[in-house]
Design a protein around this ligand. Structure first.
Ligand code: ASP
Ligand code: MG
Length: 412
């Protein structure tokens, strides 16, 4: 007998039949002798519709204000709240006991960074009490509550963070992540038709893939899983196939040079020129940006002959509104500095723990792009990843080219 946390994403609970199918899975796991906790997302595209509705209201007529973040979260948490109640009803209707909870009801406390709050603690007692009574416990994904009692959300795709956090505090044997695909693929199969399902992948590889645009799992969720060593099994809610296991690294994983490729679109590069070349300036700039809860990557600094520096970095287009406010303030304070913004960029990456022991990986990637006359604008690397910033228009083609270059379709 074990403890299983299952999570069903939006498509897996999109309508009554699917909710019943998910309920049946939870019941099957229970009947196999396990304690079962189920985390659910909002049904289908509910979250997108709510975001659109907010936009309609906030941009009505001459109104131009962005929606206040606190109210946005107040709105978005309703999506998951609908699903938990319906899921509990479906389990009851199938003759089993269940009880549903919002994030706040199980003491899932977060900081007050609305729209991308971080989980601080969870009161597991309430969940355990119900499990011990033999009930299946249903928990709303993607949401939490500040110590003051305000609703927060954990960022898009945040139900995965809930899944893993719950799995970690309850010390679950496995976190099962049910989606509408068979697992994690060597690249997005919608862009690369011959992409293959990966059987096992390490946390670190998954982190690099998630951060580079493979959207199945949020980065934060994987970080959490790694920290608490919770295995995640990503699988299809429509069939019983084995999916992809995300686990600690094992020695034989290094045999594979590259495990996957990913494309991240909608990037903007910010360049701040004429920055004084003195100790402490970069710390100031990125300190202010981090204080605004804005995620940046691919930071590049060049020092010029006149003792000034150019600093550039990329952000997701969605962050630009918040970021510009911070950057323009910094530029003003630095005096002669000037910021420019270049839109329409994408990043193609290859990832694999095998890069630590194999050579020539970067050259192979650059050659594949060069042969197709795709211009590489920036290059960044980590121990297990190589990324190239390119024109967004070249993105999907670049992804297919590097996937072919490393013969990822043949991976086993
Ligand atoms: N419903 C939220 C979203 O669509 C959270 C999730 O699905 O994980 O982003
Ligand atoms: Mg969703």
């Amino acid at each position: 007998m074990g403890l299983i946390v299952q999570k069903f994403g939006g498509t897996s609970v999109a309508d009554a039949p699917r909710i019943h199918r998910a309920a049946r899975r939870a019941i099957a796991a229970k009947e196999a002798g396990n304690q079962v906790v189920v985390v659910v997302s909002a049904m289908g595209e509910t979250t997108d519709h709510l975001i659109d509705l907010a936009k309609q209201v906030c941009e009505y007529g001459d109104c131009r204000g962005p929606s206040p973040k606190r109210e946005m979260d107040q709105l978005l948490v309703t999506g998951e709240q609908v699903t938990i109640a319906l899921m509990a009803m479906a389990i009851h209707a199938q003759g089993c006991q269940a009880i549903s909870f919002t994030g706040g009801q199980i003491g899932l406390v977060t900081d007050a960074a609305f729209s991308k709050a971080r989980i601080q603690s969870i009161e597991k007692q309430r969940v355990f009490e119900q499990l011990e009574k033999g009930k299946i416990v249903i928990i709303a994904g993607f949401q939490g509550m500040t110590p003051q009692g305000d609703f927060t959300t954990l960022g898009r795709g945040g139900s995965n963070a809930t899944l893993v956090a719950i799995g970690a505090v309850l010390k679950a044997d496995v976190c099962e992540n049910y989606t509408d695909v068979d697992g994690i693929f060597t690249a997005d199969p919608r862009l690369v038709p011959n992409a293959r399902k990966i059987d096992r992948i390490s946390y670190d590889e998954m982190l690099e893939l998630a951060g580079r645009g493979a959207s199945v799992l949020q980065t934060r969720a994987v970080e959490f899983a790694k920290k608490y060593n919770v295995p995640i099994h990503v699988r299809n809610s429509q069939n019983d196939n084995e999916g992809t296991w995300i686990v600690s690294e094992t020695a034989n994983m290094e045999h594979i040079v590259v495990s996957g490729a990913a494309l991240k679109k909608e990037l903007t590069r910010v360049t701040i020129k004429n920055v004084p070349d003195r100790p402490g300036i970069a710390a100031r700039i990125f300190g202010d940006i981090a204080a605004g809860n804005i995620v940046v990557d691919d930071i590049i600094q060049n020092v010029m002959d006149d003792r000034t520096a150019n600093i550039s970095f990329t952000v997701e287009r969605g962050e630009l509104g918040d970021l510009k406010v911070v950057v323009e303030r910094i530029v003003k304070e630095l005096g002669q500095a000037k910021a420019t913004y270049q839109d329409g960029l994408a990043k193609v990456s290859v990832v694999g723990v095998g890069m630590r022991v194999h050579t020539g990986v970067a050259q192979r990637m650059f050659a594949a792009l060069a042969d197709a006359k795709i211009n590489i604008q920036n290059i960044t690397t980590s121990e297990i990843k190589i990324s190239c910033i390119i024109d967004e228009a070249d993105g999907p083609r670049a992804l297919r080219l590097v996937h072919d270059a490393f013969e990822l379709h043949k991976l086993k």
